[in-house]
Design a protein around this ligand. Structure first.
Ligand SMILES: C[S@@+](CC[C@H](N)C(=O)[O-])C[C@H]1O[C@@H](n2cnc3c(N)ncnc32)[C@H](O)[C@@H]1O
Length: 208
């Protein structure tokens, strides 16, 4: 596997090294995102594309009462998520499931939160995959997206080089909003950090 595919689907020794880098690189963005998230009502979280488990560990420190399920295509990432979140695992509050966002192996309404950090760029069919995330959320639940990139004139040159190398897909913030709406979400709100190009989007299921 080459360097670029280690971001899409990290595996093996190189994948673990890449995931360590991602855990470190995403830390500041997650700290910022957590300042904008009310996690008090979170109790059962699906972390889609959990990778090396760094963002999950930051979220779980703030939502220490919550149960977590980490899902990823890569078995090596699930093992790393277990190590990085060893205390949550030890408490019996972490499940790890190998699978794809295309077909989540969970019943309808299984979670109150679906969290996706730095992963939607790689999803095969964003609208349908968001619909699948909506399916596993209970009424009154929320989808949380945290990303360091979106499509905008300011970042176009950088995005194009990432797009070529990593085969990532970027949407504008308006497009993410429309796709979430088409996938059945309501009340979409987004906060941005313009200097860094980070954003956090929260979308509700529309139920109570
Ligand atoms: C850039 S990493 C981000 C990992 C972690 N969320 C973070 O922010 O550090 C992207 C992760 O998404 C996973 N991924 C990519 N496509 C996926 C899919 N279709 N279903 C589930 N996970 C996927 C990859 O295996 C990888 O671990």
């Amino acid at each position: 596997m080459n360097f670029h595919s280690q971001v899409r689907r990290p595996a093996g020794v190189q994948g673990i090294m890449m995931a360590r880098r991602m855990n470190a690189n995403h830390r500041g963005m997650m700290e910022w995102a957590l300042e904008h998230l009310d996690v008090s009502s979170i109790s059962n979280v699906l972390d889609v594309g959990c990778g090396g488990g760094g963002p999950m560990s930051q979220l779980s420190r703030k939502a220490s009462h919550a149960r977590f399920t980490g899902l990823d295509l890569s078995g090596d990432m699930l093992r790393m998520t277990g190590k990085v979140n060893a205390s949550v695992l030890k408490k019996g509050m972490l499940d790890r499931v190998r699978g794809s966002v295309s077909s989540l192996p969970f019943r309808d309404g299984s979670f109150d939160t679906v969290f996706a950090c730095e992963t939607t760029y790689f999803w095969p069919d964003l609208r349908e995959n968001l619909r699948e995330c909506r399916r596993v959320l209970a009424d009154g639940g929320r989808m949380i997206l945290v990303q360091e990139a979106w499509d905008s004139p300011k970042w176009r040159e950088r995005n194009e080089s990432w797009q070529k190398g990593f085969k990532m897909r970027f949407c504008s913030l308006e497009e993410y909003g429309s796709l979430l709406g088409e996938a059945g979400f309501a009340d979409v709100s987004t906060v941005t950090e313009e200097e860094q190009g980070w954003f956090v989007t929260v979308a509700g299921t529309g139920g109570n």
